[in-house]
Write a protein that binds this ligand. Sequence first.
Ligand SMILES: Cc1ncc(C[n+]2csc(CCOP(=O)(O)OP(=O)(O)O)c2C)c(N)n1
Length: 564
Amino acid sequence: MTPVTTFAEAIGRTLADNGVGHAFGVVANGNVLAVTQLTSHGVRYLSARHEGGAVTMADAYFRTTGEVAVCTTGSGPGLTNTATGLTDAVKHRSGILLLCGDTPVAGPRRIDIDQAAFLSALGVPAIRLTDPATVRSDTLDALRRARTEQRPVALCLPPDLISAHVTEPVGGAALGPATAPLSGWPPERQAPPVVETVLDRLAAARRPLILGGLGAWRAGAAKALTDLGERLGALHTTSAMAAGLFNGSPWSLGVCGGFASPRAAELIGRADLVLAFGASLDRWTLADGRLLGPEATLVQVDTRTTPTADRVDLLVGGDAAEVAAALLDGAEARGLPRSGWRTEATDRLACLGWDREPYEDVGTGDRIDPRTLTLALAELLPRERTLVTDGGHFVGWPAMYWTVPDPAAYVFTGAAFQSIGLGFAGAVGAAVGRGDRITVVALGDGGALMGLPELETLVRAGRSALVVIYDDGGYGMEVVLYGELGADRDTMVFGDTDFAATARALGARTATVRSVADLTAVRDWRAEGAEGVLVLDCKVVPEVVADCLAGLTSVISGRKPSTP
Ligand SMILES: Cc1ncc(C[n+]2csc(CCOP(=O)(O)OP(=O)(O)O)c2C)c(N)n1
């Protein structure tokens, strides 16, 4: 007798056989048997405490490894719990396979919602598994789309079909060529006339700047951009999301936009031609219009067909590495002169960082100055680390004072959707994805409490992670932005939380940090092998406002931020 295969088994086996190594989820009646099939076919599964955490774990796993993981949930509330993290993954263009329960084929129950409409509203294509003759091919199609289109794709499984028999033979489906890319991401070939126009501009440029974004990193264009910069005598900079792209280059200004140090920002402002590769050029990267000088020409090189910022003067459609190579060839062919900007800027390049900017420490003994804390930790953190951050005012401190080894080592959760609360979940995905790097996760007290359940998952995952909670006793970002506009402080200031006790209860090692002396806990943890999770409950002085938020605060409130 031929053995029968159920829908659940076909899904689990197809995903395992086609290279899916990890799944994150919460089991419910809509997916539990499918999860059992995943694990029995060798996919490693980590149970999250909230579906919103599970999806951010899969997102961070993709960001740190470039590989698609499964996020799995039941139907209804299990799925709707993913909304925020899922939207952030859509906007960040992370590949995720979302395997979720669905409404029964027999018809919706009182508890059901229109899941396809829900997913569509978030920008997630959904494939509903109903045909026994195409279960394997449909599963593969979803996986292929998540990989090639770099986006979340949902595979929806009606509960009354989980144990139904498939009729499609094993081997009837295999990962074929990529499906057509998303509209908006056509693989445009380089149009030579546009390259010639850029070369004309380069011929007249005296201070060319090459800006690399996440798209350049994903296109593997770092070397091509470095070579182009060498030929042109250009300086380099990156968007925040591509931090570390030009690590090791003496000609790199580091991150541009709001996080740029004053000296880097000054140099960026002097560029007369900016070539931006694979960067979306949003308000953060362009520092709300303050990044570039008024006369600078901005060229956007991207696979998108329309410019993503008003400021763009010229769009070059194409792959970052290919366009860089075409420009390099063109510069050679035309014999373009090499700019003298590097020589001119040498002295300033030697002292660019925020760590060169003086400040007056305002620590009280009872509370630590967040700048002093972050600078001291910079000395104590291992170089091979993945930096995960939640959102909030505090993000300025790690962005200003800590570096990352490459863009895959920076997971700024929630940034694309402007959400807080995803930090712990992001740390789990990063720690699972890159177990060879110590995970360092920075959070504010608000984001930490919003996403607290996944601290338990982080501890349970058993990976090496350092948690730094900047406890300013409230929603610092809102205080900075709206405090002086008359907002009711009681809605945003709560006082300290005893994170050390809370985290200890969840199984972490902990230390409360009120001064640099308390950081011996980090030295001890590292000396003992940096095993497990160390949570630093850092009581920071709340009044210190990060300089990098100056533009933002003045845009919103019309005033300059102040430091005490
Ligand atoms: C899900 C979500 N809810 C609310 C907000 C609005 N918000 C932005 S920053 C912030 C405060 C964050 O506080 P905390 O995590 O303590 O960091 P801090 O700003 O104090 O450094 C809030 C409530 C948001 N961005 N996302």
